[in-house]
Design a binder for this molecule. Structure first.
Ligand SMILES: [Zn+2]
Length: 84
């Protein structure tokens, strides 16, 4: 039996994922499968939020560059029109 550090439930070892590596036979994750999966889900959600934030920032930054470029092009075209 092994106690999960997250939910503090005493569970059979079969409820725990084994750790990878050389000590595969001895090592179990300190969290039970349910808690481990919850953590993974949470990690994925946080990761997705970060990815979305990153993409959003990238888009905003890119958009500003494009807008500025467009304004500059417009102004230059306007100047050309004025000269002509
Ligand atoms: Zn647990």
């Amino acid at each position: 039996m092994k106690t999960c550090i997250k939910c503090n439930q005493e569970l059979e070892e079969s409820n725990f994922y084994t750790k990878g590596g050389k000590n595969k036979d001895k090592g179990y994750q300190s969290k039970c499968k349910i808690c481990f999966n919850d953590n993974t889900k949470l990690y994925n959600i946080q990761n997705n939020i970060q990815i979305k934030k990153y993409l959003n920032n990238y888009y905003i930054n890119n958009k500003e560059k494009i807008d500025t470029a467009n304004i500059n092009n417009y102004l230059q075209e306007d100047k050309i029109h004025l000269i002509q």
